[in-house]
Design a protein around this ligand. Structure first.
Ligand SMILES: NC(=O)C1=CN([C@@H]2O[C@H](COP(=O)(O)OP(=O)(O)OC[C@H]3O[C@@H](n4cnc5c(N)ncnc54)[C@H](OP(=O)(O)O)[C@@H]3O)[C@@H](O)[C@H]2O)C=CC1
Ligand SMILES: CC(C)=CCC[C@@H](C)[C@H]1CC[C@H]2C3=C(CC[C@]12C)[C@@]1(C)CCC(=O)C[C@@H]1CC3
Length: 373
């Protein structure tokens, strides 16, 4: 079970705990003998890898953990980071966020390795078999909505989802549920009385309320699972703040803008993106959301690393933006979220968590019995 966060009791020990927590919440204040621990999911490429690079530039003393599903790619990322930060401490963790068993095993490993988690970046994400609606694109191009279309891809993209080996929709399982389960499993570290911890979701401007239905949170029946999963992560972040802030856990969401990564090369081939680079620089002048490079896309993730959690707005999505002249900055924008729906989503995720845990226990028991006979 995910460990629950302990509320303080009215005794001397509790006073000293809450005092040390308030102290540790001062910006940048942490005892120098305590190395900060940062875990990044999907850290081997794109925005996740750029974030790791930026974090090490900020604080070379970090204990950075790359949580990846492919250990060869993870090794390559680690070597690349160590080339520019020779003395950095970069750990690897095998984690397939789309697999319940992998999340549970990885969480056990984290709890064995670390006594604290300062930042957990929930960045891994997929958009399988994307299709661009060409007709909608040309219609949008000549409409008044053109800037919004380029910024959010609203009505432009569909994907083909499938059911994974846990019986869950793959996009939901990877982009949302695996990360939720990871947080639940790591609660004993994330909700410690002595310090604050942060979880930061890489969401998207493509997160749309219209793509999400609380009756179908896994998006079994629609064609926009990506948009639905990202909207769900925005809602979950709000619910996490409501339930966990008192226990020292703070959640935020960011949008990296449109970034050239493996994910976007899955939408259109890389040669096409290369051909239209001048057009994209032109569009950037009007939207600022065409951040284009992973370094720029990681701007808001890096910015949040430097902020005091209490100064952040739980209803805001923090956008990485790049101006026409190439200047990076972070801007909060209000999310379109209903408190009730976010609360219902939270309880539905807890229910699903107990169902999948039940299945894991059943399978383990059956395996044990089989091995005895
Ligand atoms: N690029 C863009 O324009 C935008 C991206 N985003 C979001 O940014 C995040 C990072 O994507 P981006 O850098 O663009 O794309 P990449 O494909 O480069 O990075 C995605 C990362 O997630 C990892 N990943 C995917 N599935 C799993 C899994 N089941 N378990 C563990 N890791 C997994 C990938 O690993 P592997 O190498 O093994 O596939 C990879 O490291 C995603 O959440 C994406 O939705 C949001 C808005 C815009
Ligand atoms: C001239 C030109 C730039 C053409 C490309 C058209 C579309 C393929 C893109 C327009 C807006 C883009 C976009 C994304 C993918 C590619 C576009 C649809 C994302 C959905 C990629 C992943 C995200 O999370 C958000 C992006 C929003 C914008």
């Amino acid at each position: 079970m995910g460990g629950s966060c302990r509320p303080g009791s009215a005794d001397a020990e509790s006073f000293s705990r809450s005092f040390s927590r308030s102290f540790s919440r001062l910006p940048g204040s942490f005892s120098s003998d305590m190395q900060r621990v940062v875990i990044v999911t999907g850290a081997n490429s794109g925005i996740g890898l750029a974030l790791c690079e930026r974090l090490l530039m900020e604080d070379s003393q970090l204990r950075l953990c790359l949580a990846c599903r492919n250990m060869q790619r993870a090794e390559a990322a680690r070597s690349a980071l160590l080339t520019s930060h020779t003395n950095a401490q970069v750990d690897l963790l095998h984690l397939d966020v789309g697999s319940v068993q992998s999340v549970l095993t990885a969480a056990q490993e984290v709890k064995a390795r670390y006594s604290r988690i300062d930042f957990l970046y929930l960045n891994a994400g997929i958009m399988p078999n994307p299709q661009v609606n060409v007709k909608a694109f040309f219609k949008g191009l000549f409409s008044r909505n053109v800037i919004n279309m380029f910024a959010t891809a609203e009505g432009l993209l569909t994907q083909q989802d499938r059911i994974n080996s846990d019986g869950l929709q793959e996009v939901f399982a990877t982009n949302l549920f695996g990360h939720f389960l990871l947080i639940r499993e790591l609660e004993p570290l994330l909700c410690q009385a002595s310090q604050t911890s942060r979880v930061i979701w890489t969401s998207s401007s493509n997160a749309q309320r219209s793509a999400f239905s609380i009756e179908d949170m896994q998006h079994r029946n629609g064609t926009e699972p990506y948009s639905s999963s990202k909207y769900a992560s925005d809602m979950l972040s709000l619910a996490l703040n409501r339930h966990k802030n008192k226990q020292g856990l703070f959640s935020s969401v960011i949008c990296p803008g449109l970034v050239m990564t493996n994910l976007t090369y899955g939408i259109l081939p890389s040669f096409f993106w290369t051909l239209i680079i001048p057009i994209m620089f032109l569009i950037r002048i009007f939207t600022n959301t065409f951040t284009l490079t992973p370094y720029n896309g990681a701007e808001a993730l890096h910015w949040l690393f430097l902020q005091k959690p209490e100064s952040l707005d739980p209803r805001a999505k923090y956008h990485s933006l790049t101006s026409g002249l190439g200047k990076n900055y972070t801007q909060p924008r209000q999310m379109d979220i209903d408190d009730n729906i976010s609360e219902i989503l939270y309880s539905k995720l807890l229910q699903l968590e107990s169902t999948v845990r039940g299945k894991v226990t059943e399978t383990t028991t059956a395996d044990k019995l089989n091995s005895r006979t």
